[in-house]
Design a binder for this molecule. Structure first.
Ligand code: SAM
Length: 572
């Protein structure tokens, strides 16, 4: 046994038998030590879970996943195919509805019956047929009855629940598949009144989509009462995951009972990603990977973030309460740092320090360096309010009216910046990220040097904000770094002759070197966030190729300089 093995086994043992030293006891964050905790028998369920973790239950968060061993950052804990998954409506004609991949070179093939669903080829279509044959009829019926074209396809939630019911019918109620779904948490007994309207609407639309004359007809799917129907809807809303592409762009929704066992923390130690690696056959996609973000000790709970953790505490708490019906008591929510990067502004005296963002309740805040009070509090509060409204609106219209969304971010970013908000502060960070995506999507081969440089500056500002919030190795950081590196590596239309000190971004060879360094940082981050054994996923592999070609380009440039020096006659 090697020394490291010996040390690892000693650590595991000491924890199993109860922590022997104070240091070891402190290593598991207190937020993750539940009041009551016991391992649950598996009853033949969750066969996808590895032996290194177990299902336990605690009185605060219900069932959860706990590690039995040391887990390392970048380790893929497990990978599973969701029980059900659907593309969101706006992605249906751009991706395959079976494997969720981009169109092959020959293009996607449309289902000739419903004309709403597209596939890579006959293999993907055949794989999906056992469920799509029911869905196809329902989609046609729905489309015929739709009052307008933009309502001709039901929502993602309705299509996903439809698939759950057809699959239940096919698999039967006593199958492991159905029992795993039925074991998912339902909030039927503690649903707030505000949720009842949404539930009623979903129930009504579902019955209509399935072509049933009344909820009683749901018995054929094993839904025997209105309570069962509310359970179905509540389980769906509480346990759904967004499916993303390899660059984290949302594609649709999915349900996986094994992954849904994982509880939430605003400072997660694991993430769920869809790296799309060639090691897995297309038939297995979409494949959800649960990846360890930071080292996890035996006895520590595995937690992911259900929501966007760049949001300030009050918005995170509101969103968790509304969708998941709990009050988050993670470390970050219980004792937020004095200077939360999500709610901070530069010192108004420009001393280089920062102040907590003033709020209506706490208008007086002071710089952490020079202790000066924030002046013009009302102006800051107004800017934040208007910024929040603009961000909400831009998110809603970003796909339908991108020009409007871009107008909003273009207008609001300078206002929030001059109000003194730091790049990580909400809503400036959200607007910057949106603005970056608009600039990148409008890229063309004829874009000017100023457009390119501006995009680099916006991408750098977004990255600066994200770095202050996310832990190293978070997939969001990996993707932001890869995007920035890619823009830096684009050929400059008119590079500047000289690099004035302090001007950003640099031009010519220093820019290429910066692109190279940024690609290296991106690769390191992606290897953690998308899993080492996945080589950082599809984007990690693109980054590796970009590094190789940049090394060649930089090498050619260095050789060129060497040649020039060798050709220059030496002065005597
Ligand atoms: C996806 S499920 C997680 C598994 C769930 N605990 C179970 O028993 O099946 C989400 C639900 O778990 C509970 N939950 C998750 N994280 C929690 C947390 N940090 N604190 C309290 N409850 C939590 C909430 O009831 C939430 O609606």
């Amino acid at each position: 046994m090697s020394f490291s093995d010996l040390r690892a086994s000693r650590k595991t043992k000491s924890y199993v038998n109860g922590p022997s030293t104070k240091k070891e006891a402190r290593e598991v964050p207190s937020e993750q030590q539940p009041a009551v905790e016991s391992a649950l028998p598996s009853n033949g369920l969750y066969r996808d879970l590895p032996l290194s973790i177990e299902v336990r239950t605690c009185d605060i968060s219900g069932r959860g996943l706990w590690s039995k061993v040391n887990l390392a950052a970048g380790q893929v804990l497990f990978a599973v195919q969701p029980h059900v998954a659907v593309l969101s409506t706006e992605k249906m004609d751009g991706y395959c509805s079976a494997c969720f991949g981009l169109p092959p070179p020959s293009g996607l093939k449309r289902c000739t019956q419903c004309r709403s669903v597209w596939y890579c080829d006959s293999t993907c279509q055949t794989k999906d047929w056992s469920v799509h044959k029911h869905e196809c009829t329902s989609l046609q019926r729905w489309s015929k009855a739709a009052p307008s074209d933009d309502l001709s396809i039901p929502s993602d939630a309705i299509r996903c629940m439809g698939r759950i019911l057809w699959m239940r019918q096919k698999k039967r109620v006593d199958s492991v598949w159905t029992r795993e779904l039925d074991a998912m948490q339902s909030h039927r007994k503690n649903l707030p009144l505000s949720a009842s309207e949404m539930h009623t609407h979903l129930a009504h639309s579902l019955v209509q989509y399935l072509g049933l004359s009344s909820p009683d007809d749901l018995r054929q799917f094993g839904i025997n009462s209105s309570g069962d129907l509310v359970d179905l809807i509540s389980r769906f809303t509480t346990n759904t995951f967004t499916i993303t592409d390899a660059a984290l762009c949302p594609l649709g929704v999915s349900v996986s009972p094994a992954v849904a066992l994982i509880n939430h923390s605003c400072d997660p130690n694991a993430v769920i990603v869809f790296p799309r690696v060639s090691a897995h056959p297309q038939a297995d996609e979409p494949l959800m990977h649960v990846v360890v973000l930071r080292n996890i000790l035996p006895g520590e709970e595995i937690v992911t973030a259900y929501i966007d953790t760049t949001l300030p505490r009050s918005l995170r708490q509101g969103s968790l309460k509304e969708t998941y019906h709990f009050d988050c008591r993670c470390q970050l929510c219980r004792s937020p740092p004095d200077m939360d990067p999500r709610e901070s502004m530069w010192c108004t005296k420009a001393c280089g320090g920062m102040c907590p963002l003033p709020t209506e309740e706490n208008p007086l805040t002071r710089c952490n360096e020079c202790n000066s009070a924030v002046q013009s509090t009302d102006a800051v509060l107004d800017a934040v309010r208007v910024g929040q409204e603009a961000l909400d609106k831009a998110i809603v219209v970003q796909f339908k009216d991108p020009a409007k969304a871009r107008q909003l971010s273009t207008k609001l970013i300078p206002i929030l910046t001059s109000a003194g908000l730091t790049p990580s502060c909400h809503p400036l960070l959200g607007l910057t990220i949106l603005h970056k995506s608009f600039l990148i999507s409008s890229f063309s081969s004829s874009c000017t040097q100023e457009y390119l440089d501006n995009t680099v500056r916006v991408a750098t500002k977004a990255l600066t904000g994200l770095v202050s919030i996310h832990r190293e190795g978070h997939p969001v950081l990996g993707i932001a770094l890869a995007e920035l590196a890619k823009i830096l590596a684009v050929d400059e239309p008119s590079p500047r002759e000289t690099n004035e000190p302090g001007f950003y971004p640099p031009s010519g060879p220093p820019r290429l070197n910066l692109a190279y360094d940024t690609f290296i940082r991106a690769r390191n981050s992606l290897m953690i966030g998308f899993g080492r054994m996945n080589e950082g996923g599809e984007i990690g592999r693109h980054v590796r190729d970009a590094i190789v070609s940049l090394e060649k380009e930089i090498g050619v440039w260095k050789q060129g300089v060497r040649n020039v020096f060798q050709d220059t006659p030496k002065s005597k």
